[in-house]
Design a protein. Sequence first.
Length: 498
Amino acid sequence: MQNSNKTQRRKQSNGPTNNAPLPMRKTRSDTSSQRSPTTTTTRATNTNNNNNHRHNGKNQILRSTSLDEKNHHYEKKLDKFGFIMNMDNNGHVYESIDEEEPIPSFAEVKQTERRTKKWSVMMQSWDMTMKRRRKLLSKRLRKGIPDQVRSHVWPLLSNVPRKMKQYSGQYDQYVKTSVVEENSNEIVEQATRESKKKKPPRFRQTVSFRATQDTIERDIHRTYPRHSMFHDSEEEDEDEEVDLLDALNDDEVSGIIAELEGKPSVNNRQATSSLEMATGGQASLRRVLKAYSVYDRELGYCQGMNFIAGMFLTFLSEEESFWILAAVMHDPPCQMRGLFLEGMQGTHRVLFVAERLTAQFLPRLSKHFEQENVHITMYATQWLITIFASSFHFDLVTRVWDCFLSEGWKIVYRVMLALLQDSQSILITLGFEDILAHFRDLPEHTHGNHIMDLALKIPLRKKHIAKYEKEWLSRQQQQQQQQQQQQQQQQQQQQQRS
């Protein structure tokens, strides 16, 4: 497990930063690209725009693949983030001449080299940087972390190296426990007893095993299907029998369910072994999500977490991805956990703040949305709960996360406002249906650097966010008081009748 983890490194661009002093990290996508090119076919995936990172325009997405092309093995052409550029809407890789990654200019190469060297120096004295040079750090983060050092900087921003050292071997244990505990009747009985005492079940993940596993499995195959690391190839599945459906085969799943229901099963060790030994991006994602469901039993797993974990896996090792996922969920300044807990109160809060900020900074557009009955939940929910990772190209996603890991939510609101501001002149001329259609197509036409430039010019301050968060909290308290009063009135009426 540890040896395989070390090989899970992000494939880097062939362009400007190959001469930087830090070594490039590689992922399994590197090894897959070294095999002979194969024809690829995806399983049925959600066609929602949130799950399709489409590259190089509509011509590629609407392109149909002929039967002759399906019978040929074409090389996958990847962009610098690992997304497959020559893939049609059905998941077939086709022969392509036009889809090529833009070649940076000489000036861009030199600029990237200079910035990479600056980051290398800063990382050598990271503790001092975090204590005494935060303004310089913030300035460089807002310019964007060079691609070659991002896989080093993100863990440092989230204190991942210290956590991995402090909890050495713990991630592997979480992976094993995710299978073992789901087979333990004793744990099921303990969770059931706690549930009968009207206490929050300590082992909700165990009790809701079937539903949780179905959700994880379904979401794994919907996570970045156009990325070379997660692309689901039928031929590769046939060639790599060790995958066992990337982790567990049907017999092993049936065995786990049988033991959970009190029936005997002999597949526990096989299931654990399969989960640990399976290779590929989907297998890594499965292990990270299962491990987190053990680490945070109250939350377990919720849809949307798959995109965040999957994004981390494209840059970091599997264990690093787990610990940085735990950090952004629990630790400041991100603290995303409340977005996914039962009731999703954190999601309601950020949507309320986002709506108020839209009214403050884009009043004309906000009024038009109100007239057309376009609510913020109709277009911004996925943006905010995944920090744009499920919807937009990685040229924007990486820039946002560079800042988010250090600044927290201010950059998220700024980027949301920038996206609306950039489209405001069009949106105010559209009706309800056309507005929603515009938002569905928006990620395809968004340029990350342009949006970030707009976002950083918006005069949003922390006090604005704090003001609306306080307003939301006050409203929640008022609603709770009203509900309590109504319950008391109902109880009094029942007593009078009796």
